[in-house]
Design a protein around this ligand. Structure first.
Ligand code: 6PG
Length: 249
């Protein structure tokens, strides 16, 4: 029975410092990993918190990141066109992809141009299965965010039961976000697919995330999807002071 990595919490003064720390961590892991393997697989997070990190990766000194050996995937997506202002692919394109020499065939966005979310989920499952033999060994690093309701990727507390999420036999699902979220139709990797990553790296900033972060880190409340991510080796949290005051309440 493989042991579950305990979370390492990197507390930073603010989002700028958090993004720099996360960029250093990711750049180091990419450089070190590519000493012993010929490609690096990275699943990107959506939302707004990762924007600065992506911009920092884009601004990395020429050659410090071997983009010719990096494959990019997405942990989740809003079922909107890729150029839609709320598209996670659009955000990553604007902040990172347009600025780095990564070959197009190594960029694997979720196919929201397909006729339905279910068709897109099925197609992305095939894409992942072309790159990963099974769900227990997926990405080198998956980047994740945290919603103030404890969701991560597009896995919401209302997305089935905690047990159903944990034992989901799908790689990717089409889900409907609760009405409090602007974009309802979503695509998301499931808990087992995300937990198949070697490293899971959460980026969390802002006071509105404080209560959910306490629930996840201090109480490991399994009813919150973010508390169910169990990567193979490393579970890292980059949090800012607003989300995690020095002494958790
Ligand atoms: C999405 C994300 C989602 C996000 C959180 C945090 O598509 O919405 O993948 O899980 O990470 O909602 O979003 P913010 O970073 O904008 O607070």
């Amino acid at each position: 029975m493989s042991s579950v990595p305990s979370p390492t919490v990197n507390r930073c003064p603010d989002l700028a410092a958090l993004s720099r720390a996360a960029a250093r961590d990711l750049t180091t892991d990419i450089q070190e990993t590519l000493r012993t393997q010929d490609r690096y697989t990275l699943a990107l997070a959506g939302g707004s918190t990762p924007e600065r990190l992506y911009a920092l990766l884009a601004a990395e000194e020429e050659g410090s990141l071997p983009w010719s050996q990096i494959h990019l995937f997405w942990g989740d997506e809003r079922f909107v066109p890729a150029d839609h202002p709320k598209s996670n692919t659009r955000m990553a394109t604007d902040t990172l992809l347009e600025a780095v020499p990564i070959p197009d065939h190594q960029v694997h966005p979720m196919p929201t141009h397909l006729a339905s979310p279910d068709a897109a989920a099925a197609a992305y499952t095939e894409t992942l299965q072309e790159h990963f033999a099974d769900r227990s060994r997926t990405f080198d690093t998956v980047l994740l965010g945290l919603g103030s309701d404890g969701h991560t990727a597009s896995l919401f507390p209302e997305t089935g039961t905690a047990e159903a999420r944990r034992s989901d036999d799908a790689w990717v699902r089409a889900v409907t976000a609760p009405p409090r979220h602007e974009i309802s139709s979503r695509l998301t990797c499931t808990i087992p697919t995300l937990s198949g990553a070697r490293r899971a790296v959460f980026l969390v900033a802002g006071e509105e995330k404080r209560s959910a972060l306490t629930q996840v880190l201090d109480h490991a409340d399994p009813s919150l999807p973010a508390a169910q991510i169990r990567p193979r080796d490393t579970l890292l949290w980059f949090v800012d002071a607003a989300a995690r005051p020095s002494s958790p309440e």
